[in-house]
Design a binder for this molecule. Structure first.
Ligand code: ZN
Length: 162
């Protein structure tokens, strides 16, 4: 019997991600496939849903709306003084940072630009508002360990280390 993707499986994927125009915007590289724990929201919900029940070795195409991907676009990027960040913070474009509002709620931002004096922060994930077109091959599948289920992510090669 071929193994199929269900909750609490650690799944290894090779993938190509294209935008609406067919342009490749991301892909797994040879030798470093994506490892995730199914059912733990490690990947965008629309892709996770469409991978449910897919067998090892299968390739699927999955189209994911912004609502089930990285969300619709909200608000605009803005420049803020570099001095708002700790002096020793290592900042780089593409990084996600978390600010707190005056009620202590977490507000995630993505850094899109840095100068000596300013940092440009965008509340949108770089792929917010995009319909995502995935082509995904399930390379391997195994049962997650109790520790992985408890942590909500896979351990081991290509996964999360700590
Ligand atoms: Zn862990």
């Amino acid at each position: 019997m071929t193994d199929k993707i269900t909750a609490n499986k650690v799944v290894t994927l090779a993938y190509i991600l294209r935008d609406d125009s067919g342009e490749i915007i991301d892909r797994s590289s040879d030798g470093s496939p994506l490892l995730y724990l199914h059912g733990a929201m490690n990947i965008v919900p629309g892709l996770e849903e469409q991978l449910e029940g897919v067998a090892q070795g299968e390739t699927i195409k999955a189209t994911v709306s912004p609502e089930k991907g990285y969300g619709p676009r909200i608000g605009e990027a803005q420049e803020v003084p570099r001095s708002l960040f700790p002096g020793d913070a290592e900042l780089a474009a593409g990084m996600q940072v978390v600010a707190h509002d005056d009620q202590g709620r977490q507000i995630p931002f993505f850094i899109t630009g840095i100068t000596e004096e300013t940092v440009t922060v965008d509340p949108n994930h770089p792929l917010a508002g995009e319909t995502l077109h995935f082509e995904v091959t399930v390379e391997s599948l195994r049962d997650a360990t109790d520790e992985e289920v408890e942590h909500g992510h896979p351990h081991g090669a290509g996964g999360h280390h700590h």
